[in-house]
Design a protein around this ligand. Structure first.
Ligand SMILES: Nc1ncnc2c1ncn2[C@@H]1O[C@H](COP(=O)(O)OP(=O)(O)OP(=O)(O)O)[C@@H](O)[C@H]1O
Length: 418
């Protein structure tokens, strides 16, 4: 089809989508937030009429003080049958299973006709984590985020993934492009198109999902794999990417990629040994050797977050430190919704703010040589390796079950929490 004919058809299609959204209570804007293989995501506005009929949407948007949403329009007529019949229903069902967590993007409702499916989603207006890393890197004139910022975001991510796993959902496509940020800088995990039920604890999956750079070696080698352990590998890649601004392993050819994975990640000078240790703990070739989410939460690199959680707990009774002492990211994460002691694992797994189930829920970045990009990255070379798999400073958190004691060791001393 010629360019002008294609443009005309696109315009007609768009006008049809505007009509279909209006009939369902949303005003579709022409601002495209992003697109996927068979989808386009637009900014839209909920009408008063719609807000009256969807209490969940109304209460969420009241808290946000705006009426904006993101509408993902999937062209089911063009997508393969497998996509419409398998992956799309899984995406909807996974969002409906995990929606209670503050850091999971909300699915407010869906509607469809014979040509398209519409997913009305919580708006994450600040783009994705990859864009954020690249813009911070430009600003700092140095690739990657500060470790403090990376830690706050990583904590939110680990907490979200723990919630998904405990709800029986494995994401299977964890990557920076699927981690969105809202207008307050809160992380929103999205794109559950490859998600699946983790089922029995040790059940294995066989479908290849995800993006090669973030994919666990056992999947690349076409082995049966455990979805939770595969997600842990992706977390390691994401953390590395956050703090270095680069992907740890990037090769077009599979055998070279696997070779790099065997060698392990290399680190630039200046990265803290604790952070290196945590990344190594996640990027273990043997899936069972990877740190689990509880160990990640208890890792010494996470100490400042654990300390801040402890302060949150103290601030919930008299003579406590002021809440303003908390890092901003945690301030958002812990809006004082419960008075329970902040046991770390409970914090990780607890849904963090969502109300009752809602009934109806059914421009590329410019390529830069040493920055992460959608198409590739340059691996750092010659960075010194940090030896050993144990943290130098010793562990900081123990006993995370509800009935046991949680000990947080910090620089000035020990805190014991019953
Ligand atoms: N809730 C949202 N708020 C703002 N932007 C969004 C939202 N959801 C998706 N986007 C944007 O739209 C893009 C495509 O969305 P998404 O990844 O969900 O689609 P997809 O069809 O599953 O993509 P892919 O084919 O890459 O898997 C995202 O990368 C993001 O930039």
């Amino acid at each position: 089809m010629k360019g002008s004919a294609r443009r005309k058809l696109d315009q007609l299609n768009f006008m049809e989508q505007v009509r279909e959204c209006r009939d369902n209570g949303y005003l579709l804007s022409s601002r495209k937030m992003g697109s996927g293989a068979f989808s386009k995501v637009y900014l839209a506005y909920a009408t008063h009429e719609r807000l009256r009929h969807n209490p969940k949407l109304a209460s969420d948007l009241r808290g946000k003080r705006h009426v904006m949403v993101a509408i993902k329009i999937i062209s089911t007529a063009e997508a393969p049958v497998e996509f419409s019949q398998k992956f799309l229903p899984r995406e909807i069902s996974s969002l409906n299973t995990t929606y209670k967590h503050l850091n999971v993007v909300q699915l407010y409702e869906t509607y469809q006709n014979s040509r398209r499916s519409y997913l009305v989603l919580e708006l994450a207006a600040r783009g994705d984590l990859l864009e954020h890393i690249n813009s911070v890197s430009d600003h700092r004139c140095r690739p990657g985020l500060e470790e403090d910022e990376a830690r706050g975001l990583f904590w939110q991510l680990v907490s979200t993934v723990a919630h998904c796993h405990s709800s029986g959902i494995v994401h299977r496509d964890l990557k920076c492009e699927n981690i969105l940020l809202d207008d307050q800088g809160l992380l929103k995990l999205s794109d559950f198109g490859f998600a699946n039920r983790s089922g029995l604890k040790n059940s294995l999956l066989s479908t290849f999902c995800g993006s090669v750079a973030y994919t666990a070696p056992e999947i690349l080698m076409s082995k049966m794999y455990n979805g939770e352990q595969a997600d842990l590998w992706s977390l390691g890649i994401i953390l590395y990417t956050k703090v270095t601004g680069k992907l740890p392993f990037k090769e077009r050819q599979l055998h070279r990629m696997l070779h790099l994975m065997h060698q392990g990640p290399t680190f630039r000078p200046g990265m803290s040994p604790e952070c290196q240790d945590l990344i190594r703990g996640l990027l273990q070739l043997r899936p069972r050797a990877r740190l689990d989410l509880q160990q990640v939460a208890a890792h010494c690199w996470m100490l400042p977050i654990a300390h801040a959680l402890f302060l949150t707990m103290l601030s919930s009774s008299p003579e406590k430190p002021a809440k303003s002492q908390l890092p901003a990211a945690l301030d958002h994460m812990e809006p004082g919704r419960d008075s329970q002691p902040p046991r770390l694992l409970q914090q990780l797994q607890r849904p963090q703010h969502r109300g009752p189930h809602h009934a109806s829920a059914s421009g590329p970045m410019p390529e830069r040589p040493d920055a992460v990009s959608r198409r590739g990255a340059v691996c750092p070379a010659g960075a010194p390796e940090y030896g050993g798999s144990q943290c130098g400073g010793g562990c900081l958190l123990v006993a995370l079950s509800p009935s046991s004691t949680c000990a947080i060791r910090t620089t000035p001393g020990y805190y014991l929490v019953n």
